[in-house]
Write a protein that binds this ligand. Structure first.
Ligand code: ATP
Length: 199
């Protein structure tokens, strides 16, 4: 499983459709200061569901959309697609490659797609759990992440190891089951109240 392709359109400093193809092995992105290298890693985090604009080095939602220059007008939306090779079936989905796409408009609306079908962020999150990919995964190691791994905070450090050894999925499922159980208990109590009233 590896990152095969990243397609940007209207994202930060990439107004026109830009296709970046990756091969297996090491790829380095080089360029002068301010040419958009970090915007590429921001795009990877954003398409995987990053909701914190601060961690994408912006102040407001629309800061990820191309803001325009003297010669090019601003875009009304942006789109990032990320394609992952799944020929070894590491992801629990019946496709040899998957493309995750996120589109956002200046109005603040944001849509997700999995192989071009609309989906929820939750679907993407669940698909990528325990793979290390994902906005909280360890596939993107930024400076803060290194601090987190080395930090004395055992809770933060444990999250990284949980993801690496495949425990996150169960922790997530447990939390979801506990939430459902709580809702069901509340519904049962409500039914009991109605039942007593009717009696
Ligand atoms: P360095 O090597 O200095 O870290 P870099 O190659 O990583 O630089 P980035 O930080 O990725 O560069 O890109 C910065 C550029 O992106 C700036 O010129 C900035 O104006 C531009 N930029 C960021 N957001 C937008 C936006 N929404 N619209 C247009 N341009 C943007």
């Amino acid at each position: 499983m590896y990152l095969k392709r990243l397609e940007l359109k209207g994202f930060k400093s990439f107004p026109t459709k830009t296709d970046i193809l990756f091969n297996q092995g090491i790829t380095a992105i080089v360029g002068p200061n301010g040419s958009g290298k970090s915007n590429i890693s921001d795009a990877v985090r954003w398409v995987l569901g990053e909701q914190s604009i601060k961690s994408l080095r912006g102040d407001k939602l629309e800061d990820v959309i191309f803001a325009g220059t003297d010669t090019k007008k601003a875009m009304s939306y942006c789109e990032v697609s990320l394609t992952i090779d799944n020929s070894e079936d590491k992801l629990n989905i019946d496709f040899s490659e998957i493309t995750i796409k996120r589109r956002a408009y200046r109005s603040g609306e944001s849509e997700f797609f999995l192989n071009n079908k609309p989906c929820r962020l939750k679907d993407i999150k669940e698909l990528l759990l325990d793979t290390g990919i994902g906005k909280d995964g360890y596939s993107i190691i930024e400076q803060g992440k290194v601090d987190e791994i080395l930090s004395n905070n055992p809770v933060n450090r444990r999250k990284v190891f949980d993801e690496a050894c495949g425990i996150s999925k169960f922790r997530y499922k447990k939390q979801e089951a506990e939430r459902n159980l709580k809702n069901t208990k509340e519904n049962l109590e409500r039914i009991e109240d109605i039942y007593i009233e009717i009696e």
